[in-house]
Design a protein around this ligand. Structure first.
Ligand code: 7TS
Length: 417
């Protein structure tokens, strides 16, 4: 056993024991060991208030929305639309019609690429992304590029995995028609200075889409302050249900975009010859949505907003700093991604051990980490590796979880010694 590094005690900003008590799954065991959940970047666990909200919807307030004159339909519609207002306030959008409910970030990016890209991209135009992106902010752009003759270019990163601002500026050309960039890397945690990115692109008249999947969780966003044109995220990483997420878009851009999918709820009139479309936000919400999930999402926003991003950031920074100190105490660990500003996500490799083997041995100790390429293969290619072990920390993680990880890593080293 390596003795723990002595660090300052954790700041007493919020009561993590009380937070943990809100998440029923955290008290279960896995393989006979207390669960240590370090995979929240993939999907966060759910507090009781979210579980209760979903359950209450089905038990007492469920019907299809925007349809009936009956009590339950009106109640369900009210609850669904109440979440839209909660999202608006949470990200400080101007109007609720700028909040489009989608399946998740992936669907949101596909929507913008297909609808905005289909209407605006021409052969030779350039879509500028970065080497830090998740596949869902790469592939939809490649698909629309193939259809329109546009080209996807990516701002490279350096050996620390940082965002390179000057390279970004250099790669903006008169042909650049949109910038699509992550707020924070899911694979290595790098935080991108999105406000400066937007200001720089806007100075050249280029709109910007921000993939906020990780950023919304670890930093939060004020879309009016950042002035981004689109901001997308999934509820399930923000302690809400899966199958529901948000496309925020500036109203004038969304108004000008054609619908992405056709069907019920997105029309004004339909005849066999032609149809006219509903106003925002419904134009982009064809079909019966994830009603209970949206209600649960509202509860998740209330939960996160009550804690507040300042407290979340302080807590997660403490855990991140502690984890980095302890990992650096192990001499055979290579950190992958060491940019100065990082969200509470750590990627690393143990010398001579395949990430999958590390993950399997950690799992036997009840420790859940993600291993592999983290849907960021271009970033793995940049580091010339196939994948990493990733530990991601959320509001409910503690220094004791980090200690458990370090002990688990000693087990890995023993097996491979
Ligand atoms: N963008 C980022 C930055 C992400 O982290 C993810 C999911 C997505 C987009 C896609 O989100 P979805 O909800 O539509 O699937 N990230 C991860 C991850 O890191 N491990 O599993 C999923």
């Amino acid at each position: 056993m390596v003795s723990p590094v002595r660090l300052q005690p954790a700041p007493d900003l919020f009561d993590v024991a009380r937070i943990r008590a809100d998440f029923p799954i955290l008290s279960r065991e896995v393989h006979g060991k207390p669960l240590v959940f370090l995979d929240s970047a993939a999907s966060a666990q759910k507090p009781q208030v979210v579980i209760d909200a979903v359950r209450h919807c089905y038990e007492a307030e469920y019907a299809n929305i925007h349809r009936g004159v009956h009590y339950l339909s009106e109640t369900a519609t009210h609850n669904y639309e109440a979440t839209r207002e909660k999202v608006r306030a949470f990200i400080n959008a101007r109007e609720t019609k700028e909040i489009i409910f989608v399946r998740g970030a992936t669907e949101a990016i596909n929507l913008v690429a297909a609808s905005w890209g289909g209407a605006n991209l021409k052969p030779g135009d350039e879509i500028l992304i970065t080497a830090l992106e998740h596949h869902s902010n790469i592939v939809p752009w490649q698909m629309i590029a193939e259809k329109t003759g546009a080209l996807v270019r990516a701002v490279p990163t350096d050996e620390t995995g940082d965002f390179l601002f000057e390279r970004f500026e250099d790669m903006l050309t008169p042909r650049t028609k949109i910038v699509a960039i992550t707020h924070a890397s899911n694979a290595i945690g790098t935080v991108v200075p999105i406000k400066d990115v937007v200001a720089t692109a806007h100075a050249r008249g280029i709109p910007v889409l921000i993939d906020g999947c990780q950023g919304i969780v670890h930093r939060g966003v004020d879309v009016q302050d950042v002035d981004c044109d689109f901001y997308v995220f999934s509820a399930h990483k923000l302690y809400g249900p899966s199958g529901i997420g948000v496309l925020y878009g500036k109203a004038d851009l969304l108004e000008a975009m054609p619908p992405y999918q056709g069907g019920g709820d997105m029309i004004e009139t339909v005849s066999i010859a032609r149809s006219t479309y509903a106003a925002l936000p419904h134009k982009f919400e064809a079909g019966t949505p994830n009603i209970a999930g949206t209600v649960g999402f509202g509860a998740a926003i209330d939960y996160v907003a009550a804690i507040g991003h300042d407290a979340i950031l302080a807590h997660e920074d403490d855990i991140l700093g502690y984890a980095l100190e302890r990992l650096r105490g192990l001499n055979d660990i290579q950190l992958v991604g060491t940019a100065p500003e990082r969200a509470s996500i750590i990627s690393f490799l143990i010398d001579g051990v395949h990430p999958h083997d590390s993950g399997t041995i950690l799992d036997q100790a009840g420790i859940a980490v993600r291993v592999g390429h983290h849907c960021a293969q271009p970033l793995m290619d940049h580091f010339d590796i196939a994948g990493t072990v990733r530990a991601s920390f959320a509001v409910y993680n503690t220094r004791a979880d980090v200690d458990a990880l370090i002990d688990g890593l000693q087990d890995v080293r023993k097996v491979f010694a």
